[in-house]
Structure formats: C-alpha cells, structure tokens
Write a protein that binds this ligand. Structure first.
Ligand code: FES
Length: 172
C-alpha cells in the first residue's frame, strides 16, 4: 500500500468496506491512480474483483481520482455493464440491439422474464440467474444472440434458452 492509499470510509454510503475488501480496492486504485482516464478501467477491475461496484467503494474511488461521488455514480449508471448489486450464480445477457430486436429478442426476453419470475436487470428469487440487457454482442448475423456465463450463443429461441437455464440450474 503506498502513502497515498485511501482507506475507504463511507459516511454517506453505509459502513466502510471491511479491511480485506478495502485492501483489495486499494490495490486496484494503486494500480491505476496515476493513469489518465482511469475511471473505466478501475470500475471494470472493481466489478471483476467484487462481482459488482459496492456502494461504499464509490467514495474511495472518487477521492483517489479527485472527482465527486456524483461523477462516479453518473458513470456507473450510464454503462449497463456495471452492477450495483451482486449478480446471481449465472448471468444471462440478452441482446436488445436492433438486429436482435428485429428477429425476436424482445419476445425472448419476455419469455425468460416469465420463466425466471423477474424483470430484465434483476435476479431470480432463488439467486440462480441474473438477466441483463446488452447492446450488440458482435454476433448480429446470428441474431438473436445471448451471452450466458460468458459464452456466446446465436439464433437462440425459447426452447434453447430453457435448455441453457435448466443445465445451469443443474450445475449450481
Ligand atoms: S444486434 Fe444483437 S448481436 Fe448485434
């Protein structure tokens, strides 16, 4: 930890991070603090480390980058990739961009929402699956496309989604 390391405190965002989590956050901040335009890489690293952006990490990030908490919150809310709460055991990203919409991704999303009993952007009550929107997976030729636990699937229909969900549930 260098002398500039910020010890996270979160008076406006709940309790400070527990010491082990604070150390993990500080390691990320130390890695990036002198790099211009470091906010996005920091947020990506924080999400990779914690599975989401903890609310009480926002203050230390803002402090390290000499920005306001509002600016950090603004960026977190702008990018759909950043999560404010932990994801389920599995993450299903359904493409909502034009090419996929044209061949039924909205209906596919509605089907998944019914199957899981939760809306896009939320996690099923049993914590098994989080469904998230994504805006083009670079697989437009095989629309509709989804990314399930990091694996790309194309020309997906309701039957295939059900099979993927069933296999995931069997594994978890
Ligand atoms: S629009 Fe869905 S993969 Fe490109």
């Amino acid at each position: 930890m260098n002398k500039d390391t910020v010890v996270p405190r979160g008076p406006r965002h709940g309790q400070p991070l527990p010491p082990d989590e604070a150390a993990r956050l500080n390691a990320i901040l130390d890695r990036w603090r002198t790099t211009p335009g470091a906010l996005l890489p920091i947020l990506h690293d924080v999400q990779a480390e914690f599975g989401h952006i903890p609310a009480n990490a926002v203050g230390p990030i803002a402090h390290a980058l000499h920005q306001s908490r509002a600016e950090i919150h603004g960026v977190i809310s702008f990018y759909h990739d950043f999560r404010r709460t932990p994801a389920g055991r599995h993450v299903l990203k359904i493409c909502q961009a034009e090419s996929c919409q044209a061949v039924g991704s909205r209906a596919l999303t509605a089907h998944v929402e019914r199957q899981l009993g939760c809306r896009l952007g939320a996690t099923s009550a049993d914590g098994a699956v989080t469904i998230e929107p994504v805006y083009c997976l670079g697989n437009c030729a095989c629309s509709p496309a989804v990314l399930f636990d990091g694996e790309l699937h194309g020309r997906v229909d309701a039957e295939q989604i059900d099979r993927l969900l069933q296999q995931a549930r069997a594994r978890s």
